[in-house]
Design a protein around this ligand. Structure first.
Ligand code: NAI
Length: 341
């Protein structure tokens, strides 16, 4: 009983394996800033992703080495490296997803906003090329300050006539990854099972983890002080790494993991996998702010649905009100920069 009958030739098995698994569609992913601290491990992780058929690695320096290295891994994705702006068109053409970790990271004592002057120009420039060469791609913005670089990208795309609010994402997945890890430790639950929505933005107090919605429920009673400490540790997670690296940059390995997780969700959505939900910073009407991070359902065209915040504890309601002025001004700063430059 229960044994399948296989013909001596094995035809039956062969037929089954051909009919049951639909072939994976071709998907091209481009990484801009691929030779950097985040870019290199992110390139590795995307090379390991079976959903990727082509991986284009672009940077202003160092890409031939990274591309040659990663290309020797015997997985599906075909790797090519591109350097200098005359090759960026080729890197971008036909891309389904473009991930941007280009730009300078923080040093101890710096806020993400201190990076604005350098990174705003880099992001604006790269988005001009995206509008030209792959206007339909999903853009995953990692470059900081995300609260401003996403609005900058939206303005560049609007100016080029290619803006689609369903296709522009600020990557806030690292905040979710941190909230999951820190919560699991305190709540004494298995970390692999944990989910915690993180909403708002991606800098300091604009990062608002919703521990009242965390699953599974804590195995120990978490006091108000413990929730406050967990919230603060999630908000300051980036700074914890910046200080530990003592001048050698910010989170790269955990960020590459988080970036790969988010890009994988985008690819699954494009491929029609149902119920792919991730927190991300997108154009939004969940609050009065024009951009906001919250849970988003991803689909064949990018954003399928921006989910509402759900019920918040009094502590989270307070956090939400206090983050709004800072997030608003970071958004406005990005829009102003893009309009004036
Ligand atoms: P990094 O300095 O190690 O690497 C940046 C790379 O970008 C370099 O290889 C550089 O050559 C390249 N680059 C600079 N200008 C470029 C251009 N015009 N076109 C293409 N490539 C260019 O920095 P790291 O540590 O990789 O960080 C990158 C960015 O990611 C920073 O802005 C950092 O603040 C941000 N970040 C974001 C996080 C998030 O959660 N969203 C977390 C951690 C960092």
């Amino acid at each position: 009983r229960g044994r399948s009958v296989v013909s001596p030739s094995g035809d039956h098995l062969l037929r089954r394996s051909f009919t049951s698994a639909a072939p994976l569609p071709e998907r091209k992913v481009a990484i801009l800033g691929a030779a950097g601290g985040i870019g290199q491990p992110l390139s590795l992780l995307m090379k390991l992703n079976p959903l990727v058929s082509k991986l284009a690695l672009y940077d202003i320096a160092g890409t031939p080495g990274v591309a040659a290295d990663v290309s020797h891994i015997n997985t599906r994705a075909e790797v090519a490296g591109y350097m200098t702006e005359d090759q960026i068109g080729e890197a971008l053409e036909g891309s389904d997803v473009v991930i941007i970790p280009a730009g300078v990271p923080r040093k101890p004592g710096m806020t993400r906003d201190d990076l604005f002057n350098i990174n705003a120009g880099i992001v604006k420039n790269l988005c001009t090329f995206i509008a030209k060469y792959c206007p339909n791609a999903l853009v995953n913005m990692i470059s900081n300050p995300v609260n401003s670089t996403v609005p900058i990208a939206s303005e560049v795309f609007k100016k080029a006539g290619t803006y689609d609010e369903k296709k522009l994402f600020g990557v806030t997945t690292l905040d979710v990854v941190r909230a999951r890890t820190f919560y699991a430790g305190k709540a004494k639950v298995p970390v692999a099972d944990v989910n915690v929505p993180v909403v708002g933005g991606h800098a300091g107090i604009t990062i608002l983890p919703l521990f009242s919605q965390a699953t599974p429920a804590s195995n120990v009673v978490l006091s108000a002080d413990e929730i406050t400490a967990l919230t603060k540790r999630t908000q300051d997670g980036g700074t914890e790494v910046v200080e530990a690296k003592a001048g050698k940059g910010s989170a790269t390995l955990s960020m590459a993991y988080a970036g790969a997780l988010f890009a994988d969700a985008c690819l699954k959505g494009l491929n029609g996998v149902p119920d792919v939900v991730e927190c991300t910073f997108v154009q939004s009407s969940v609050t009065e702010l024009p951009f906001f991070a919250s849970k988003v359902r991803l689909g064949k065209n990018g954003v399928e649905e921006v989910l509402r915040l759900g019920s918040l504890s009094d502590f989270e309601k307070q956090g939400l009100e206090s983050l709004k002025p800072e997030l608003k001004s970071s958004i406005e700063k990005g829009i102003k920069f893009a309009k004036e430059n």
